[in-house]
Design a protein around this ligand. Structure first.
Ligand SMILES: [Zn+2]
Length: 435
């Protein structure tokens, strides 16, 4: 395929030639075919969302690999990294291989699978599997359902350093939560309970342990400027979720229990300090912490509602809409959603429009803004915290050169999936094995 006159993130209009699933050449007046006129469109490298909870096995009523990966494709995410807190948790070789089989059978986008650390995890043998990273590891003082006591945390970081595996960390220090708000029932109480200081203290501790063992760590869903600055100072990386970038406690009147996630939404001054760091470079990447729950599960009191919001389908559309608002440029979007995660997680064929890279491409019309509507999204949970926000959605998404998603509103000259359906027949691969 030859994409003719498409605009790349730096604003140049070029041709991109694809050959056997790979970007073969980028330049002016290339030869080849079949030719696709992309003159009204821009392209960005397929987004890599390193923080997705696909929910299978064990939580298929919330999301499956099929629905989650469809949501990803429709949102321009061509690689997802799945998290280990499924049932059973992905903390044994057996559980890792079982999850890999599910993903291979049903994911329509490429994927990495993280291994988890829980009581009784398989340790070094698990690190020999083709895992994307170890984590997210839930730091805690004691070993609970998910929380990993500090002894096990140190053991995991030491093993990961030996195996040269990246560790992603859910950093909140539960001993610093504010029990004084436990008798309240408003949604704000969750944010005040899991206060900013609990995150900053945990990030400091994680970075110190990592420094001691020489471990590469990545802070998941950093929600405070303090957490971002610490990770940056120690030479580690942090991701920020779209909800921490765009939403604050001021939105809790509207969201109620649907706005409960960990770490929680912060007040507007913290949100804008986080956004400033996203816009000015000290945040390595955006990742969604896509954590779907059903509407029924969320409709309860703030202390019983499960934590998490969906996000994989709306990340790129929201960021592309931010470009229109002048907060970001297209090169920054490509860096935050694709170049940086590929580099940090070692997905060598991903994250770039350079020749030799996988032809994972998202074509979009920057002027085509659409409202985000929960019941039109492809995630199985049927809602979004960004209801009514405007997004710039993909028109065409290619995975290794094949159509994985073609929007119903795409121009008729763009290639289709071959069956008149939005999603193509391509299946995802484990990016770690493919490398
Ligand atoms: Zn987390």
């Amino acid at each position: 395929m030859l994409l003719r006159d498409v605009t790349i993130p730096n604003g140049r209009q070029v041709d991109i030639r694809l050959e056997e699933g790979v970007i073969d050449a980028v330049g002016r007046q290339l030869r080849g075919g079949p030719v696709v006129d992309a003159s009204g469109l821009r392209v960005t490298p397929g987004a890599i969302d390193v923080h997705v909870h696909c929910r299978e096995p064990g939580g298929a009523h919330k999301e499956t690999w099929e629905t989650g990966s469809r949501a990803a494709a429709a949102g321009g995410v061509t690689t997802i990294v799945d998290q280990p807190n499924t049932d059973p948790p992905t903390s044994t070789v057996k559980a890792f291989r079982e999850k890999t089989d599910i993903a291979a059978a049903s994911s329509i986008v490429d994927y990495g699978i993280n291994a988890g650390v829980t009581k009784g995890w398989d340790g070094a043998t698990l690190l020999d599997e083709p895992i994307a990273a170890l984590g997210e590891v839930f730091m805690a003082d004691s070993t609970g359902d998910l929380g990993v006591g500090m002894d096990m945390f140190e053991e995991a970081l030491e093993l990961a350093a030996d195996a040269d595996v990246l560790v992603t960390v859910h950093a909140e220090d539960e001993t610093r939560f504010d029990d004084g708000v436990r008798d309240r029932s408003d949604a704000n109480a969750w944010s005040e309970y899991r206060r900013p200081a609990a995150e900053v203290a945990a990030v400091a501790r994680a970075c110190e342990v990592a420094e001691r063992y020489g471990t590469r760590i990545h802070i998941a869903h950093a929600s405070t400027p303090g957490a971002i600055d610490l990770a940056h100072k120690w030479g580690q990386t942090a991701e920020v979720s779209p909800h921490h970038l765009l939403l604050s406690t001021e939105h809790l009147d509207r969201l109620g229990t649907f706005g409960r996630m960990n770490p929680p939404l912060r007040d507007e001054s913290i949100r804008s300090a986080v956004a400033d760091r996203v816009h000015h470079g000290s945040v390595a990447m955006i990742a969604t912490d896509h954590a779907p729950h059903t509407i029924e599960e969320k409709e309860t009191d703030i202390w019983s509602a499960p934590s998490g919001v969906p996000g994989v389908e709306t990340m790129l559309p929201l960021l592309l809409a931010q470009v229109q608002g002048g907060e970001l440029d297209y090169e920054a979007v490509a860096r935050l959603t694709s170049n940086a995660p590929a580099r940090r997680f070692g997905f060598g064929r991903k994250g770039s429009l350079s020749p030799g890279s996988d032809a994972d491409l998202v074509l979009f019309d920057p002027t085509d803004r659409r409202p985000i509507l929960g019941d039109e999204l492809h995630t199985d949970c049927g809602w979004t915290p960004f209801e009514g926000y405007e997004g710039v959605f993909p028109h065409l998404v290619l995975l290794r050169g094949e159509v994985v998603y073609r929007a119903p509103w795409a121009d008729s000259n763009l290639p289709g999936s071959g069956k008149g359906e939005p999603f193509g027949p391509i299946r995802g691969k484990n990016v770690v094995e493919a490398d």
